[in-house]
Ligand binder design. Structure first.
Ligand code: PLP
Length: 372
């Protein structure tokens, strides 16, 4: 599904030298390398503050802690996604309210979200799934009207542009109160281990986030303002990320080119739906996800596997059907789109190193399934 080895070979001299520098300096935790990367990412995103942390899941957790929502507050988040958002919400004694998604974009359905807002609803946590942002303009209007905090999960969309009605562009993750991302190795900007970051334009929130992610300590060493956690980005990861950030736009373009190739092969196929491009966001294709209909998705997956083509089902089971999250089912308890997607989605290999020959072979193998 990914080819991190070929990608590394191209950057090897730069990355090896940068890591050696950290080891020589013995500046492993916090310090100048991490600060440099935080400043570079802030510049890239056009956001005031970037705070590194240990991973994307803790980024979401620390963001929620910084907002200080009262226990039992409800947070709207999509049903069709990776578990981290609902997990972070539940872990903090808040209630994830799972929302069905849009069948075209796989992102949170705002009309359904609005219908679930009650007196205890305090926040909304959209996930910009597979590399394309949720409709942020409408989402922010709704959040303002209903007085909801907005935490954007852009673990899969770092570098995507949100296109606003006035023609301006903003990076996904920088429009809500707080944005969170992950540098898990297979993400569009991946470290060589775990890592994450939190972004905000709010000075007060930035200060709280820095403090919470460092044991609740902010003003002075060994004096605590709140109960915090230990969630830090380490310097070896920061220098890898600094080098790879310079390539991120190019990486995302390679993914878009691979996606265009897939689109051309599958666009008119009666049993395959190619991923929709929403006019309010660019798509950086963390995943290229087809929806299979009128055919057996799992049989297609096996057919590809026999031909040596990896594919994955993101995500096979809705959160509302997972034991720990059954309590958080919404009032209607119905998630028709998520249910349909879990049966039909199939993600094809997507990374920065796919060449024409590989893409042609993958497309041929997908299409040959339907001819048998
Ligand atoms: C990867 C991912 C996360 C979690 O990131 P980790 O760094 O693995 O903790 C959170 N949300 C989404 C949507 C993700 O894809």
């Amino acid at each position: 599904m990914v080819d991190l080895s070929s990608q590394y070979q191209k950057l090897k001299p730069r990355i090896d030298a940068a890591m050696q520098q950290v080891i020589d300096a013995c500046a492993f935790i916090k310090g100048p390398f991490v600060e440099k990367f935080e400043a570079e990412l802030a510049h890239y995103l056009g956001v005031k503050h970037v705070i590194g942390c240990a991973n994307g899941t803790e980024a979401l957790m620390v963001a929620l802690m910084a907002l200080g929502l009262p226990r039992g507050s409800e947070v709207l988040t999509p049903d069709f996604t990776f578990v981290a958002s609902a997990e972070a919400i539940a872990l903090l004694g808040l209630v994830p309210i799972l929302v069905d998604v849009d069948s075209e974009t796989f992102n949170i359905d705002l009309a359904k979200a609005r219908a679930l807002v009650g007196p205890n609803t305090r926040a909304i946590m959209p996930v910009h799934l597979f590399g394309q942002a949720a409709p942020m303009h409408e989402l922010l209007e709704m959040a303002q009207e209903l007085d909801l905090k907005v935490i954007e999960d852009c673990a899969q969309s770092l570098g995507a542009d949100v296109l606003l009605p006035d023609g301006s562009r903003r990076k996904a993750g920088t429009l809500g109160h707080i944005g969170c991302t992950s540098f898990y190795p297979s993400k569009n900007l991946g470290a060589y281990g775990d890592g994450g970051a939190i972004f905000t334009n709010d000075d007060g929130l930035a200060w709280k986030i820095r403090s919470i992610s460092n044991h609740g300590m902010a003003r002075e060493r060994y004096f605590y303002d709140s109960v915090g956690v230990n969630s830090r980005l380490d310097a070896l990861q920061a220098v890898v990320l600094s080098e790879k950030l310079k390539e991120l736009d190019q990486y995302n373009q390679s993914r878009q080119q691979a996606a265009d190739h897939y689109d051309r092969a599958f666009a008119n196929h009666p049993q395959l739906r190619v991923p929709a491009r929403h006019p309010a966001s660019t798509h950086i294709f963390h995943q290229y996800t087809l929806v299979v209909s009128g055919a057996d998705r799992d049989a297609l997956k096996e057919h590809l596997q026999r031909a040596g083509v990896p594919s994955m089902v993101y995500y096979p089971k809705p959160l509302h059907e997972q034991e720990p999250y059954r309590v958080s089912i919404n009032a209607s308890g119905e998630f028709p789109v998520t249910d349909e997607l879990c049966r039909g989605v199939l993600s094809l290999p997507m990374h920065t190193e796919l060449d024409q020959e590989q893409l042609d072979y993958i497309c041929q193998q997908v299409l040959s399934f339907f001819k048998d």
